[in-house]
Write a protein that binds this ligand. Structure first.
Ligand SMILES: [Fe+2]
Ligand SMILES: [Fe+2]
Length: 312
């Protein structure tokens, strides 16, 4: 088993058997989360304000702010559908490298992949639910397969770092901003709670995956992998900027709201920063993500800490 030892004990930080058992306990069905009387609502915000940041846009009315919040809920659903699309083949490829040996490893990674396939379907299901209930067709960047192709062209350790970032980010979103937020639509919160439950095991498996891929690498090779992680981050950031343009159009379509040049520029800069924090900053500053980088090399952590303020 490729697990870097915890410096304070001789035990590996995570192991495949325990992760597999925990994932079997958490397992849920899509049918138990959405469908029947479990419908997405549109009278409340979908996203916590820490991610939506609609209150910063003082030129919008309360109704327009609510609509923009819901548009942000839509981009959240689409973004997760998009990232799960490259996580699934990557995890399957990683599982395939060692099909003999540790049976728990094989089962843990196949379980991880099966859960991501389920999440892709779950996010699609919620996206359809959103499109049915919101009343306006919204734009989103893509298609996911084209974005996945660009990301998967990078070296495996760089991609594994991005996946680790995304998994810890999901943990943080739920625990810091959604678990205790009473004002949000309960169905949207339920989606994030169920996703968080299964992603908790993914974050541990990703840690093992990053550690396995990093084993035996020189400092220069690790730095190069981090370059790849940052390149993917830059690529995603340009997609987020495009999405902010789309969200302004989504707001116009759903409310009829038009903006002056000055308001447009304020919308673009504040909302770009909101999307950056949601999908980039909140992952790259997660203590467990930074701790894994630091165990590979303290220089990697320092580089991330230098760039993180741009995404906060
Ligand atoms: Fe997922
Ligand atoms: Fe995941």
């Amino acid at each position: 088993m490729n697990a870097i030892q915890d410096q304070t004990t001789t035990k590996p930080r995570y192991n495949y058997r325990e992760t597999l058992l925990a994932s079997q306990k958490a397992n849920w069905r899509i049918e138990d989360i959405i469908g029947g009387d479990k419908r997405l609502g549109f009278v409340r915000p979908l996203m916590p304000e820490s991610f939506a940041r609609v209150e910063e846009l003082s030129f919008l009315t309360p109704d327009e702010k609510l609509k923009l919040n819901q548009v942000r809920g839509f981009d959240y659903l689409c973004a997760f559908g998009l990232v799960e699309e490259f996580i699934l083949p990557f995890v399957l490829d990683h599982a395939r490298t060692q099909l003999q040996g540790d049976d728990y490893r094989v089962r843990a990674f196949l379980g991880f992949a099966a859960e991501e396939a389920k999440h892709i379907q779950l996010f699609k299901r919620f996206r359809t639910e959103f499109e049915d209930g919101f009343g306006t067709e919204c734009l989103f960047i893509g298609p996911p397969s084209a974005i996945a192709e660009v990301i998967l062209a990078h070296e495996p350790l760089a991609v594994a770092m991005v996946i680790l970032h995304l998994e810890w980010m999901t943990q943080r979103h739920y625990l810091d901003s959604i678990r205790d937020a009473q004002e949000l639509d309960p169905q949207f919160s339920s989606l994030l709670r169920h996703h968080w439950m299964e992603e908790a095991q993914h974050a541990k498996l990703d840690t093992l995956m990053v550690e396995a891929l990093a084993e035996g690498r020189s400092e220069a090779e690790l730095e190069k992998a981090l370059d790849g992680y940052l390149e993917i981050g830059g690529f995603l950031d340009s997609g987020l900027h495009q999405q902010v343009e789309f969200n302004l159009e989504n707001l116009r379509r759903s409310t009829g709201r038009t903006v002056t040049e000055e308001q447009r520029s304020e919308f673009m800069s504040k909302q770009h920063q909101a999307l950056r924090w949601t999908f980039l900053g909140s992952g790259m500053t997660h203590p467990n993500f930074l701790a894994t980088l630091e165990r590979l090399s303290p220089a990697l952590r320092q580089r991330i800490e230098q760039v993180a303020p741009v995404f906060s």
